[in-house]
Design a protein around this ligand. Structure first.
Ligand SMILES: [Zn+2]
Length: 164
């Protein structure tokens, strides 16, 4: 099937592909995983305040254990005082701390300067997976942030799926 058969339908699904469909892979015992393609709300693990949603999702990073997003709700405070990581993979990188406005918990950071390995994270918002609870919209599914992983789906596969 090519796009020539139904170009309008092919492009109707394009924005959804672009925003990076949130893929959650919930690890099961034995290493098997099931993938879920849905919209998610990310909440403060301590108090349930909504921090952001999957429309703002950019990526997840397994080594840093963070969920990376473009925007946050007004319930997250970006502290003005710049700090510097003293150890770990981000050692020497300057950042601003992100706090939950409701409970004051530190929920993540935003890099102001970064080493070569993490340049792409500058000015984005990184939420600590351990401080996030993920709720799948229109469902009863709630998973801890530590189990949330994003996986971009191949563009070609997405288009083909939407052509009848
Ligand atoms: Zn909170």
């Amino acid at each position: 099937m090519t796009a020539n058969h139904a170009p309008a339908q092919a492009f109707s699904g394009f924005p959804e592909v672009l925003r990076g469909v949130a893929m959650a892979m919930e690890r099961q015992d034995g290493g098997a995983a099931h993938c879920l393609s849905q919209d998610w709300i990310f909440m403060c693990h301590s108090c349930g305040t909504v921090l952001t949603d999957s429309w703002n999702l950019c990526d997840t990073h397994s080594a840093l254990q963070v969920i990376i997003v473009l925007r946050l709700t007004d319930d997250v405070i970006v502290e003005p005082k710049m700090q510097v990581f003293l150890g770990g993979p981000l050692k020497g990188c300057a950042y601003l701390c992100l706090r939950c406005r409701s409970c004051n918990a530190i929920v993540g950071f935003s890099l102001c300067s970064a080493n070569d390995a993490f340049l792409a994270l500058r000015s984005l918002f990184c939420l600590h997976k351990k401080q996030v609870t993920c709720y799948m919209l229109n469902s009863r599914v709630v998973i801890p942030g530590i189990q949330f992983h994003m996986k971009l789906q191949p563009l070609s596969g997405q288009i083909e799926e939407r052509i009848p």
